[in-house]
Structure formats: structure tokens, C-alpha cells
Design a protein around this ligand. Structure first.
Ligand code: NAD
Ligand code: TYD
Length: 351
């Protein structure tokens, strides 16, 4: 038996692959285009592990997908590959439409072709697991209840609109063709191998470099934070026991305002790597808000807990401490991803 993972060199995908081999010997075919966000260094600890078969390629390449599906006959496809950064989607939405919508369409069609030809038992046990986000639900008012799986879709950014479109495609391929799909909508992740364009790792690497910590608008926007390996265990739980055609929200019950995340990171760095120049919070700089910035996300994770017994293992306090310690111990990884392309992005976004 084998699984096919897309986007397994990115932040969550690489954590998923590393975590998978801690609990399973089942081989993973890892298809990743290695965009700016994909990094094989994330998987370096696997060495030449024969269970990991890496293939550089695009989910929009139908012939490549058909070849991989025919050669490896995976029992499941777990689809992480996406353009994932909201700010980049504002500057250049085209890549988001191409990968997140067209790419998912191509992957669904290739998978449907493969699945249709399977023997009855294999057909019944096959799974297409689509990894999505809580951002498809739009923005919550301050005291509104958290997002359940029946919350209306109201995406507000090019990124979330493209992910919403992909969720709808996955749903339609189940209802129309019977493809055995599962969808998970997760809240904001943080943890090792997080590309330093996103809030948490950007604050850590900027603070260590003595650079400003850019907080958008008033910093009171709320996200619901989940340690990345808890997201991975949630995906494994849904893959193993989720009901076909259902969606499951995954979240850590950790609503925090952005400014509090930044202050927490600063306090941990003050403790673990004090700066002789003074507390890191001196670097906090309020900057122009993100256009269309969603005010609040929050996940109601009762369904996955009730049906599948899943709960996060980390609290925010344990997870953020692990994360800061990981970045302190992995300065080489940070230096490696801060390539010329990364610097060009920072110049474009922060001036
Ligand atoms: P990421 O940007 O770190 O990684 C994406 C990976 O996909 C990269 O390795 C990249 O090379 C690859 N990729 C991009 N386009 C591709 C293409 N056309 N073909 C093949 N590979 C391609 O993203 P992430 O944060 O790891 O997110 C993974 C998935 O989880 C995404 O679908 C995202 O929408 C979803 N998600 C992310 C979060 C979060 O907080 N990061 C939360 C909920 C859901
Ligand atoms: P981000 O990590 O980009 O995730 P998302 O937009 O998918 O939630 O941003 C998290 C929050 O942090 C979001 O409200 C925007 C804010 N933010 C800043 O205030 N400054 C920054 O430099 C970045 C990258 C994000």
C-alpha cells in the first residue's frame, strides 16, 4: 500500500510526511513542484529512506499524474499542494487560480480516472483527502460563534476564494462521480519549517535579525492557532475514519489577537536568546493594514472530536515554545530559505 501526497515539501506537507513515518511504514509518493515555498531541506532527516519517493512536478500536469497513479497505485491521495499566502494572492492572484483551482481540477480528474479502473474492494477503500482552510468561511464578528462545518462560504481574499472554489470542486466530484472524498478545513498552523513570510516565523526571524516586527493595522485581528503536528494527526484521523463526502473542521481552540502572538514570541526570545540592546518588543512596528483583512477566524472542532475522538496534543503555550526553540536551533534552515527570491518578496511587501 502507498499514499500519494501533493505539496509534501511545503510547511504542513513536510511535517505530515515526517510524522507519517513515525507511525507507519507505508510508502509516500511526494509530488511537489518546489515553488518558492517548497523545500527539500524540510525532508533532509529522511535521508535516502526508501519509503519516501520524491517526484518534482506540477499537479496541473495530467500526464505526470496519470503515470504516477498507474505506477504506484496509491490507496489515497492527500492534497496539500497550493499557493498559500494571502498577501501574495493580493499582489498576484493568477498563480492561486492556476494551482488551487485548475490544479485541483486536474488532480481530481486524474484521480477519478485511476479510481474508476480499480477493483471493487480497492475502489471502496480509496480516499481523496483535500486539505483546506477555515478562511473559506470569511470573517467572524467579535462574539459570533466559531465556524462549524455548515457555516456559509464567504471567502474574502483571492487565496480564500481559490481554496473555496477547490472545496466546491471536491464536493462536486463526490456527488456527481462518487469519488470517495474527505475535506478538512483547518485554522492557522504554526511550527517547524514554516516559511518566514507568515506571521509567526516572520516575527521570530526579524526579531533575531534586529529588524522591525510589522503588525498590520491595529494588530487586533484574531486567528485560531494550531500546532502543525496536531493538524497532521487530525488529517490522519479523518483519513482513517472520516465519513465519505463529509467536511471536518480542525482547530486548537486557541483564539489570539495578532499583537498577542507577536508579544508572546518577543517574551520567549527575551527568555531564550536575550538581546543586549533591550526587549524584542521594542521592534514592534504598526504598518498599513492588509486590504480586505479578515478580522476574526475561529474553529468549532466539536465534530472531529465527537466522531473521531481527535483532540490537539499541544496547548498554545507548549506549541509556541517548541516553535521558537526550533527556529533558534535551525538558523541554517532559515538562512537557506532566505534566498534572493525571498528578499525580493520582503522588499515588495514591506518596502
Ligand atoms: P506552503 O505554501 O508552505 O506549501 C505548499 C507546497 O505546495 C509547496 O511545497 C509548494 O512547492 C507546493 N506547490 C505549490 N504549487 C504546486 C503545484 N502547482 N504543483 C505541485 N506542488 C505545488 O503551504 P502550507 O502552509 O504547507 O499549506 C498546505 C495546505 O494546507 C494548503 O492547501 C493550504 O491551503 C492548507 N492550509 C494551510 C494552513 C496554514 O496555516 N498554513 C491552514 C489551513 C490549511
Ligand atoms: P498570515 O500568517 O499571513 O496568515 P493568514 O493571513 O492566512 O491568517 O497572517 C496571520 C495574521 O497576521 C493575519 O491577520 C495578518 C497578520 N500579519 C501581520 O500583522 N504582519 C505580517 O507581517 C504578516 C505576514 C501577517
Amino acid at each position: 500500500m502507498t499514499i500519494l501526497v501533493t505539496g509534501g515539501a511545503g510547511f504542513i506537507g513536510s511535517n505530515f510526511v515526517l510524522d507519517w513515518f513515525k507511525t507507519s511504514d507505508e510508502p509516500v509518493v511526494n509530488l511537489d513542484a518546489l515553488t518558492y515555498a517548497g523545500n527539500l531541506a524540510n525532508l533532509a532527516s529522511l535521508g535516502r529512506d526508501a519509503r519516501h519517493i520524491f517526484v518534482k512536478g506540477d499537479i496541473g500536469d495530467r500526464a505526470l499524474l496519470e503515470g504516477l497513479l498507474a505506477a504506484h497505485k496509491p490507496r489515497a491521495v492527500i492534497h496539500f499542494a497550493a499557493e498559500s499566502h494571502v498577501d501574495r494572492s493580493i499582489h498576484g492572484p493568477g498563480a492561486f487560480m492556476k494551482t488551487n483551482i485548475d490544479g485541483t481540477f486536474t488532480l481530481l480528474e486524474a484521480t477519478r480516472g485511476h479510481w474508476s479502473g480499480l477493483a471493487a474492494d480497492d475502489k471502496a477503500s480509496f480516499r481523496f483527502h483535500h486539505v483546506s482552510t477555515d478562511e473559506v468561511y470569511g470573517s467572524l464578528a467579535p462574539h459570533a460563534p466559531a465556524f462549524t462545518e455548515t457555516h456559509p462560504y464567504e471567502p474574502n481574499s483571492p487565496y480564500s476564494a481559490s481554496k473555496a472554489a477547490s472545496d466546491h470542486l471536491v464536493r462536486a466530484w463526490h456527488h456527481t462521480y462518487g469519488l470517495p472524498v474527505l475535506t478538512t478545513n483547518c485554522s492557522n498552523n504554526y511550527g517547524p519549517f514554516h516559511f518566514p513570510e507568515k506571521l509567526t516565523p516572520l516575527m521570530i526571524v526579524n526579531a533575531l535579525a534586529g529588524k522591525p516586527l510589522p503588525v498590520y493595522g491595529d494588530g487586533q485581528q484574531i486567528r485560531d492557532w494550531l500546532y502543525v503536528t496536531d493538524h497532521c494527526s487530525g488529517i490522519r484521523a479523518v483519513l482513517a475514519g472520516g465519513r465519505l463526502g463529509e467536511t471536518y473542521n480542525i482547530g486548537g481552540w486557541n483564539e489570539k489577537a495578532n499583537i498577542d502572538i507577536v508579544k508572546t514570541v518577543c517574551a520567549l526570545l527575551d527568555e531564550l536568546r536575550p538581546d543586549p540592546a533591550g526587549p524584542y518588543a521594542r521592534l514592534i512596528t504598526y504598518v498599513t493594514d492588509r486590504p480586505g483583512h479578515d478580522r476574526r477566524y475561529a474553529i468549532d472542532a466539536h465534530k472531529i472530536e465527537r466522531e473521531l475522538g481527535w483532540r490537539p496534543a499541544e496547548t498554545f503555550e507548549t506549541g509556541i515554545r517548541k516553535t521558537v526553540i526550533w527556529y533558534l536551533a535551525n538558523a541554517d534552515w532559515v538562512a537557506d530559505v532566505q534566498s534572493g527570491a525571498y528578499r525580493a518578496w520582503v522588499d515588495q511587501q514591506y518596502g
